[in-house]
Design a protein around this ligand. Sequence first.
Ligand code: AMP
Length: 621
Amino acid sequence: MGRTIGIDLGTTNSCVCCVIDDEHVVIPNAEGSRTTPSVVGFTEDGQQLVGQVAKRQAQTNSENTIYAVKRLIGRRFDAPDVAQARRSSPFDIVEGPNGDAWVNVRGKQMSPAEVSALILKEMRKIAEDHLGEEIEDAVVTVPAYFNDAQRQATKDAGRIAGLNVSRIVNEPTAAALAYGLANVSAGPIKVAVYDLGGGTFDISILELMDGVFSVLSTSGDTFLGGEDFDHAIIDWIADRFEEAHGVDLTEIPMALQRLKEEAEQAKCELSSTDSVEINLPFIHTGDDGPLHVEETLTREILEELVDHLIERSLDPCRTALQDAGLRRSDVDEILLVGGMTRMPKVRERVGEFFGQEVDTSVNPDEVVAMGAAIQGGIIKGELTDVLLLDVTPLTLGVETAGGVFTPLIHRNTTVPCSYTEIFSTARDNQEMVRVHILQGERAMADDNKSLALFELTGIPPAPRGVPKIAVTFKIDENGMVNVVARDEATGQEQSVNIVADGGLSDQDVERLIAEAEQKREEDARVRELMDLRNQAEGLLYSTERSLEMYGQELGPEEVQELSEDIDTVKDLIEDANFEELETIIATLEAGAHRLAEAMYASMDDQLMMDDDEATAQSLEE
Ligand code: AMP
């Protein structure tokens, strides 16, 4: 049985963790970082870049670099918060075939699940490279407040990435799991997990006792996170720039991308310093020449700019406390999760709100992935002394007469759970009943998230009200909904698996899996070519420098030959002629070695002289 990895699929960064010999270990990527940017870049020559490499090229390829795709996953195109994302994204957000939010990259429309799959695939690869084995199973985390469509789409992303997602776990629950594991004997305690990440905010109240984790309540805001803090800074800079120069930098994609990076960096630095200089030379060229951004941002100004955002996070905290039937003082521990909780003002305000010190003992960037890995360990039976009882974050119900939403399973009910409702007919000889399933907290059906509208057909002719159709609504341990309908008279069962209208159909997912499979070889070849190109560029760089410094150690003919090889390699890279590149690299390498030999030979002479001097010196001492 292979290992199960835990993946925190974050809005800004993702993290992968695994249980090795009872220890949960965060797996670093090839660059040595323990988190990987959740950024995907699509280059002109058809490559898909993920992580730091994608982030690095974002400035010059902003329209084809997708970040914060988690904000779009399983979302309707016309949702107000998606409209907000459309205004602030340099890339194109379009209406997908089902009316949900998709992205348009280089003329190809992609669902957020497909983009997320590329990130998950990268996380899988990081784990496989590190562990030296194939990974198939994963536990993936989502914000506790994600609805069925968002969870379904996240699961789809896992499938497209070739992963069997054995469980979807709520992020704050995962965090508490990681935190609680170290404190198994400490219970019973009530913990508030305040999770402010790059794009979403979650608050969960949990009870930990004897290795049992029960989520008492959860609340949040799927459109509140670090990005909003960045935007507050961007707007501050852009407003001042517009006042001074009459140019709106947010309308210029390249400038906006530079602003975004600078704003985020300034925000992070202001967590440890009182003031930062924001310098963006040549941000735009005006009638009188180049224009630059030169501003000083203090922690005080930043705190004023984002005060309303921090306050906004406290409303869901109030709701969660109320739902759990607790007062603020009943909470024993405040656990902070998400990069944004590094901001001192956030810590201070949350501490003030709960009237106690917040716990900062865990690494807010890694704790969620650790919890996911622990959950993976529980599923595999590797960890037996912990049990997780999660709750459904949203109420599940049906539409009844007059467009009213009638709840069946209330939010914060422990999952897995099920509820059965008997439906009947309204007219004589009615052959069919229609059931509209929704999720949400609003009174009217229209204001909630529609999950599915299904029809039960083939009801035998009978007077109205006589047929009894038992419809069982189930929420599984992943928080996903499915429905089973049973005609009591005939005993016939009909199972309705909800394919959320914001997600992908099974056929879509199958197609994408097949595509990924088909592209596996192609992907491998592209990676090989990239490696070759990197190798060639590295060799070019070092050979050119050595030639410049030590060229005189070679004869003029050899210098000429080497210079020609360098030019050829440059041309072949430019023309993407990889076949010839492979051969010429070998020639250039041989030339570079000859140069290195000549260089070392001359250095040896140098060293011998130095050694003589050193001996002379020590003798003198
Ligand atoms: P996460 O989604 O948990 O990875 O959180 C990422 C968010 O945390 C991003 O908006 C980051 O800019 C933000 N962040 C990371 N480090 C810091 C820091 N030292 N101070 C303030 N914000 C930070």
